[in-house]
Design a protein around this ligand. Structure first.
Ligand code: NAD
Length: 244
């Protein structure tokens, strides 16, 4: 399927997990793709790689401009970079709240701000934000992380309204627990990673984790010209978690 032929995409957090699966899928389907990541060292052709920290505005602006120069324009922004946080409101201090908020929420704002002037010039402009089931599920021990993803959901709706008439669609995906290096690191930190993985899988309605490829496929749909009538939506890829 070459439905992204002639289109250019930028994927933040595109060096690992969901972002990497998305960058590879869009490239396979004909897009020119650039990755923006803290550590893009493992990213190679046909992807363009740019090192940037989404919590640093100057670094984001420089990387977006460099990516647009490589790609020859920009049609699609996948706002995916994000980090985790565990605990209740009593466990994370103000410094931690600001640090995670700055990456997960303001990071998406910074990248969108830098990308929008280029996206407006496209006739197939789309932004897809990586949200989470945590935005609406009321997960225990995830107060800070859930609040950031709740903000991403609201931001998606507000941006969809603001940029509709400019021809820029804005949607988000809400993954459940997805089998990425992020989850691998969490499991590796447990006393018995295999037992922890089995317990995590048993908590999923489907008895298994979501794959990065399944989330990437949903992101690609929302970014594709075939989703041209879809804006301001969230697409759950959570193994049924929200419905059960
Ligand atoms: P991951 O850790 O495998 O990949 C995240 C990538 O983002 C990494 O390459 C990392 O270097 C990059 N990154 C982190 N901070 C950055 C920063 N400040 N600037 C630039 N790049 C940065 O994680 P993943 O599981 O693929 O998660 C990707 C997104 O999916 C995140 O927004 C996360 O909140 C969301 N998500 C993940 C899950 C899950 O279970 N894995 C579930 C729901 C939502």
């Amino acid at each position: 399927m070459n439905d992204f032929e002639g289109l250019s995409a930028l994927v933040t957090g595109g060096a690992s997990g969901i972002g990497r699966a998305t960058a590879d899928l869009l490239a396979e389907r004909g897009a020119r793709v650039a990755v923006l990541d803290l550590d893009p060292s493992g990213v190679d052709k046909p992807l363009f790689a740019h090192r940037a920290d989404v919590s640093d505005d100057a670094s984001v602006r420089a990387a977006v401009e460099a990516a647009v120069a490589d790609l020859g324009g920009l049609d699609i922004l996948i706002n995916n970079a994000g980090i985790g946080a565990q605990g209740t409101v009593e466990d994370n201090d103000d410094t931690e709240w600001h640090r995670v908020w700055d990456v997960n929420v303001v990071g998406m704002v910074r990248t969108a701000r830098a990308a929008l002037p280029h996206l407006r010039a496209s006739s197939h402009a789309a932004i897809v934000n990586t949200c989470s089931v945590a935005a609406t599920a009321g997960l225990p021990q995830r107060a800070l992380y859930s609040a950031t993803k709740g903000a991403v959901l609201s931001l998606t709706l507000a941006m969809a309204a603001d940029h509709l008439r400019e021809g820029v669609r804005v949607n988000c995906v809400n993954p459940g627990t997805a089998d990425t290096p992020w989850i691998g690191r969490l499991l590796d930190a447990a006393p018995d990673p295999a037992a922890e993985r089995a317990a995590l899988e048993a908590r999923q309605p489907t008895g298994r984790l979501v794959s990065a490829a399944e989330v990437a496929a949903a992101i690609a749909y929302l970014a594709s010209p075939l989703a041209g009538a879809t804006t301001g939506t969230s697409l759950a890829v959570d193994g049924g978690m929200q419905g059960l």
